[in-house]
Write a protein that binds this ligand. Sequence first.
Ligand code: UD1
Length: 418
Amino acid sequence: MSYYEIQGGRPLSGSLAIHGAKNSVLPILAACLLAPGQSVIHNCPDLSDVSATLDILRLLGCRADRDGSTVTVDATALCRCNIPEHLMREMRSSVIFLGALLSRMGETELSYPGGCELGPRPIDLHLSALRLLGAEIWEEQGALCCRRGRNLRGRELCLSIPSVGATENAMLAACGCPGLTTVVGAAQEPEIVDLQNFLRAMGAKIDGAGTPTLAIEGGAPLHPAEYWVMGDRVAAATYLCGAAAAGGEVSITGVAPETLTAVLSCLEEAGCTLRTGPDQIVLASSAPLQGIPPVRTAPYPGFPTDAQAILMAALAGGEGATLFVENIFDSRYRHVDELRRMGADIQVAGRAAMVSGVGRLHGAAVRSTDLRGGAALVVAALGAEGATQVSELRHIRRGYQDLDRNFRALGADIREVP
Ligand code: UD1
């Protein structure tokens, strides 16, 4: 199995264009199902999660082709509405097909997505939103069956947690429901705005993304669309944290800085200098990073849980203490044991992790435990003394295109060893 070999301690410099956002492109590709005809999606990153999504689309009868970073999906011949277990297992977020298939086909059958490396990830909110819209949902031999009931129509849905996936499923399902659906307590993430923009390009009447209340006037036929996916703010955070840990000055383009405000504030407090333009973030880091006030993960616009491990890795090799509190997922500190192998001093108690900067981490052989945890190990290795080997790259490939090549372009000493 291949691994990254990273020689730490080389300052980074240069400019990098960020690829399209994984968390946008997955629901947008699922949304292509809503209309027969060919949609064209640009800035589509080449990730294993995206390949898995394209496999699902093909299995459902669609044509899905990639040409560079452009993917075309032709949903004219959509003929199936069931997704087999092995594809559901490959990617938990395939649950997004529930709303899309219900909308276009009126029925669907998927296996339960189950837990993942972040702990149990329930889908009760997705199901209750669809039920409220009038869908009938039941379990049959481990499969989740869902079909349009007689009373399918828009109404008010209230989410008790601003779940990103449940909000997206509700948006997709509501497009196929006659009448007005309002989603109260919706997630406000920029990726929800991106999905709304794509649905609007398809002709959907939908408003409110980026606020806690969405309004969708559903039932009208949609048409295929051409769309440019937003930049990946978590990938941007990863390259910025890499530069913060290793030192140097990097410019990141293709991401709106306002989607990363919480992360940028932390990096500034830790001692980095930041400049931002409409589509660009420039970060300079010279001294060891300093401890910062508590970092508490929260729904957008709070500090993103997806950047928790990455920032922790940068601060673990700095000076001073930082308390992290993970409020979104139960089991999101699996990278901590690996960081400890590199000399990190991190104490975990329940949802809290106290990081005491040790000045400099040292290289070690470590293992990615999940997507962002794996990226965090690369960030730590870039600032560490000596050589680090990061294995289990399959986690990293789920969400980063060319992570090693991009860091190498910024001057890092990183290569993949087959
Ligand atoms: C999405 C992102 C993921 C990010 C997460 C939080 C995608 C593909 N993934 O995941 O990268 O880390 O948002 O920003 O976009 N919950 C329930 N019941 C449900 C649904 C969720 O209790 O039916 C809980 C979850 O257990 C979790 C919280 O709500 O504690 C937030 O989860 P959610 O926003 O749904 O995350 P995902 O959409 O799975």
